[in-house]
Design a protein. Structure first.
Length: 248
């Protein structure tokens, strides 16, 4: 309970305001909802919609079909198309353009809607400390009970649960502030607050992710994105389990 309270209260930012609703671009909305990966994916959806990229679900790749006009000022889209000239794998493309999402991160941070990277790391550690303290108590009881030849199976189970919870606090990233959660909830329930510089499908993707592309003309792109997400989730789960086993 202490860990959850710390995690909730320390996500408040000084420069956030509960009275103002900021004007956000489509990619800023995507970054607020799902971080830099969602912002990049939203730009990819826009480029596929307008015929600049073609998705191939069989190979989980993107192929360049056209170049943006020179007067276009969207640097994220331009970086994606430039990367697609040399890479076809969607994983390689997204990895090479993460730097182009920094303007979105910087503005959302200035608005108090995001937690800074350093603050997020410190908050992860602080929220995990009470659970680690409980784990130390449990391990001490196991050692003492072993000396007294008492059964410790239930204590071992509780310590394993404490390790799992503490590892989740350390590994699950903290992205938005409390104000960011409030703004995102408002956007998801009332899309009239969202940017008007994109169609409804692109805004829906920015807010809710790849599932909005199901049974749409962009279903091939959805399969590419879902395949990549499934692979990344498996890798992330394996990493968390390995970390927990190493601590135990």
């Amino acid at each position: 309970m202490i860990a959850f309270i710390l995690r909730a209260n320390l996500r408040r930012t000084q420069n956030s305001s509960d009275d103002e609703f900021p004007s956000l671009s489509t990619y800023e909305i995507a970054y607020l909802a799902g971080g830099q990966q969602r912002a990049i994916d939203t730009a990819i959806v826009s480029l596929v919609q307008h015929g600049y990229l073609q998705a191939y679900p069989e190979t989980r790749s993107l192929k360049l079909k056209a170049i943006l006009p020179k007067d276009d000022s969207l640097s994220l889209e331009r970086e994606i198309l430039y990367s697609a000239r040399f890479n076809s794998s969607i994983s390689q493309i997204t990895a090479s353009v993460t730097h182009a999402t920094f303007p979105c991160y910087k503005r959302l941070l200035n608005l108090g809607l995001l937690i800074s990277l350093n603050q997020a790391k410190n908050l992860q550690i602080l929220s995990a400390l009470p659970v680690f303290a409980l784990l130390v108590v449990g391990m001490s009881m196991i050692i003492l009970n072993n000396f007294q030849y008492l059964p410790v199976g239930f204590l071992v189970l509780l310590c394993t649960l404490a390790i799992t919870i503490s590892c989740s606090f350390l590994s699950i990233p903290i992205h938005r502030s409390k104000s960011g959660d409030r703004i995102l909830k408002t956007l998801r329930t009332n899309t009239s607050f969202a940017s008007t510089d994109a169609d409804s499908q692109l805004i829906a993707f920015a807010l809710f992710g790849a599932r909005v592309l199901t049974n749409s003309p962009l279903n091939d792109l959805r399969q590419v994105l879902v395949s990549r997400f499934s692979f990344e989730r498996k890798q992330y789960l394996l990493q968390c389990l390995t970390y927990a086993a190493a601590l135990f």
